[in-house]
Design a protein around this ligand. Structure first.
Ligand code: NCD
Length: 320
């Protein structure tokens, strides 16, 4: 159960989604991440904060950067780490999660970081195991640490998130990064606009408190920051492009290349959560340009995840 606690502690035992966090929680995570970022720039990048805490990383869906980022964050905090990865395709939903629950109970781990193809999987786990749960992406639902590191990176680049105009472009319908970003940015007082094909907008878009613009040039002219999302080809169904005519047409209408960037006529900050489909949502000349903070996002991911794990672990009762 969440309780309000404005200073020093998070108001929640788990990080299941941005919906669980207050603006004060997010600010606390950012301040804590500032300290860990400083640690990561030291020659010895390790602190003993999570010594004697065991963390299981359960990845039921492919991941490279998120898994490595969590593992590094855990090791920098001196936690004991166990990893489990499995491809989701051959396992059945109910069985897998119940098996997972029983395994975790037997291993007596303190915290679980889980990526799973089913929305709600992290919530389910949090109700059945006596461990702190961090959602590392549950299907098309939420990816809270990505949204936190994205907002943290905007704060670092522009000084604040409040009042900034943030554009999210692409496959909003299938993107857990989009939903978590919208919730996080709005909690922090940013204005959010979505841009993409009508077929890749969720039906409930009107309830999210965001603007929608289907013309990318107009949307880019409005924003301070553009977050270019990957088309979630694995979630489209059919031949992978059931929701739009071709990747070539998508790139023409919704892709960001140098020419389009220069037409904006002002500097904007370019973001991408990775992995990038270069030449589809963004071309290499923009992704690798001075306007891009893509690698800063990756760097900040470790500090932000350290902050989340540290703050959640501080709510675990520890024996003397
Ligand atoms: C994102 C994800 O998995 O949702 N990537 C990530 O966390 N590194 C975005 C994506 O896959 O496009």
């Amino acid at each position: 159960m969440s309780t309000d606690n404005p200073s020093g502690q998070l108001s929640t035992d788990h990080l299941l989604g941005i919906g669980d966090l207050s603006a004060e929680d997010i600010e606390l995570i950012f301040r804590t991440a500032d300290g860990f970022k400083e640690v990561l720039n030291r020659p010895i990048k390790k602190v003993p904060s999570l010594r004697d805490i065991t963390i299981a990383n359960l990845f039921f869906e492919n991941s490279t950067r998120t898994r490595i980022s969590f593992e590094l964050a855990e090791k920098r905090l001196s936690a004991d780490v166990v990893n489990f990865s499995s491809s989701s395709s051959s396992v059945k939903k109910g069985e897998t999660l119940i098996d997972t629950v029983n395994n975790i109970l037997a291993m007596k781990v303190d915290m679980v970081v889980m990526r799973h193809p089913d929305p709600g999987a992290a919530v389910f786990l949090s109700r059945h195991v006596p461990a702190r749960i961090v959602n590392a992406g549950d299907g098309t639902h939420e990816h809270p640490t990505q949204a936190l590191l994205d907002a943290y990176s905007i704060r670092e680049k522009l000084g604040s998130v409040k009042g900034r105009k943030v554009l999210i472009v692409g496959d909003i319908l299938h993107s857990r990064v989009a939903l978590s970003n919208i919730l996080c940015l709005r909690k922090l007082g940013a204005q959010v606009m979505l841009c993409g094909p009508t077929t890749l907008m969720p039906r409930y878009v009107d309830t999210l408190g965001v603007k929608v613009e289907h013309d990318l040039d107009k949307a880019l002219a409005w924003c301070d920051v553009a977050n270019m999302l990957r088309i979630q080809l694995e979630r489209q169904g059919g031949d992978g492009i059931a929701n739009f005519p071709s990747l070539r047409e998508y790139a023409m209408l919704f892709g960001l290349d140098r020419e389009r960037y220069e037409r904006i006529g002002k500097d904007i900050t370019i973001m991408h959560p990775g992995p990038i489909n270069r030449g589809v949502e963004i071309t290499s000349d923009v992704a690798d340009s001075g306007a891009s903070i893509i690698l800063h996002q990756v760097e900040n991911g470790v500090a932000v995840r350290m902050a989340v794990l540290y703050l959640l672990a501080s709510r675990i009762p520890r024996e003397q």
